[in-house]
Design a protein around this ligand. Structure first.
Ligand SMILES: Nc1ncnc2c1ncn2[C@@H]1O[C@H](COP(=O)(O)OP(=O)(O)OP(=O)(O)O)[C@@H](O)[C@H]1O
Length: 365
């Protein structure tokens, strides 16, 4: 069946090609690597089932106010950054995440790290995650040293623990005297060095690395890759987004190929990289107008996607047991972690707070 999907998608004028292939849980779930560890031996670290992310495209003030006042009836245009992806990741897996620009890689990684909340689906993460992204997590007005302290405190380290390792982190970053400068004066490569140094010293169970190695200079990238190999050898679980396919090939065992909000393929790195390269070759030989319509059809499908389509996919997935299906469908209907009940509670809480402020301001004097 997977063969079938691949064939149709590689043919530009095949009508089925307009729908990205959809990987049911059965395919995305069990990935056994020949000669490597058997999946059944390692405990599962991260399970995703039909994870979606629906973005609001409206940006005007009115639209935002309307969405806050009436979240269930907002008319704002929507865009599905993720259309329901499923996977299992095992302890010690080093998973590359690839795909063209705007396919949903950062969206997925931000959801895994907790920086974004998924719209629906089931996500189970066993362990502490640490996101390392060039664009995230550093405060511009603080110096490098202050950022190290702040991020370490946020990860739950005591001041004593931070004092013990702050010099090691600064030294690993190779920032020299710039470590005492505000981060707003750093280049993107310097930010990446600082972010990477902080993250690796926090020793998380699950490291999530989003393009962070693409901007550093080659010597630092090499040092960072070596450090990540130490993590790999220590059995840590790592997600690694990169457009540098050489890094993915060198460093990861498995790869997820995300395309227009779908998990298009997931398997051992060599196979998936070959599929991705074949697809890129096919795409690159298209005429410009065919390319344009190919991309716009897929973006349109992300606009048009809806909960009914998602529910149909879940219902048809014969590899989920009924309980699992019910849980996912329930999340899907209500809209993810923010349930109707939560909304009502939040609204009631805000009302009580406003009333208390009013009483204090006007009556309490
Ligand atoms: N806050 C947002 N509001 C609306 N749309 C968004 C938002 N964030 C991301 N998107 C859209 O979701 C899609 C996925 O974006 P994402 O950043 O996850 O892609 P990506 O694969 O990481 O891309 P890149 O390789 O360029 O970093 C894109 O079409 C993007 O425009």
């Amino acid at each position: 069946m997977a063969e079938d999907n691949k064939k149709t998608v590689y043919t530009p004028d095949d009508p089925r090609g307009l729908n990205e292939p959809f990987l049911p849980v059965a395919i995305a779930k069990q990935i056994d690597l020949p000669g490597n560890k058997n999946v059944s031996d390692a405990p599962i670290k991260v399970t995703g089932r039909y994870i979606t992310k629906e973005y609001d495209m409206g940006t005007s003030r009115n639209e935002k106010i309307q969405a806050i006042l009436n979240p269930l009836k907002s008319n704002k245009e929507k865009f599905w950054g993720l259309k329901g992806i499923s996977f299992d990741v095992f302890e010690g897996d080093v998973v590359g995440v690839i795909g063209v620009n705007g396919s949903g890689k950062s969206t997925l990684l931000n959801i895994l790290s907790g920086a974004l909340v998924e719209t629906s689906g089931r996500l189970v993460i066993k362990g502490q995650t640490s996101l390392l992204s060039v664009w995230d997590g550093l405060r511009d007005n603080l110096t490098g040293l202050e950022n190290i302290r702040l991020k370490s405190l946020m990860m739950g380290l005591s001041n004593k623990e931070i004092d013990d390792q702050i010099n090691d982190i600064a030294e690993f970053s190779e920032l020299g005297k710039f470590i005492k400068q505000p981060v707003k004066n750093y280049s993107s490569g310097m930010r990446s060095k600082l972010g990477f140094s902080i993250a690796v010293h926090q020793d998380p169970d699950i490291m999530i690395i989003d393009e962070a190695l693409s901007v550093g200079d080659q010597t630092f990238t090499r040092k960072a890759l070596n450090k990540m190999k130490e993590f790999k050898a220590a059995g840590k679980t790592i997600f690694f987004v990169s457009h540098a396919l050489g890094q993915i090939e060198e460093f990861t065992d498995k790869t997820m190929w995300i395309q227009y909000g779908e998990l298009r393929a997931y398997g051992d790195t060599a196979t998936i990289l070959q599929e991705y390269k074949d697809w890129t070759k096919w795409y690159n030989q298209l005429d410009d107008d065919v390319k344009k319509s190919y991309v716009s059809a897929r973006k349109q499908a992300q606009n048009d996607f809806n909960r009914t389509q998602l529910a149909e996919r879940i219902a048809e997935d014969g590899h989920l047991d009924n309980n699992e299906k019910k849980k996912i469908v329930r999340d899907n209907e209500i809209g993810g972690r923010l349930s109707l009940l939560n909304w009502l509670l939040a609204l009631a809480g805000t009302g009580i707070f406003a009333y208390a402020v009013y009483m204090y301001t006007y009556l309490g004097r």
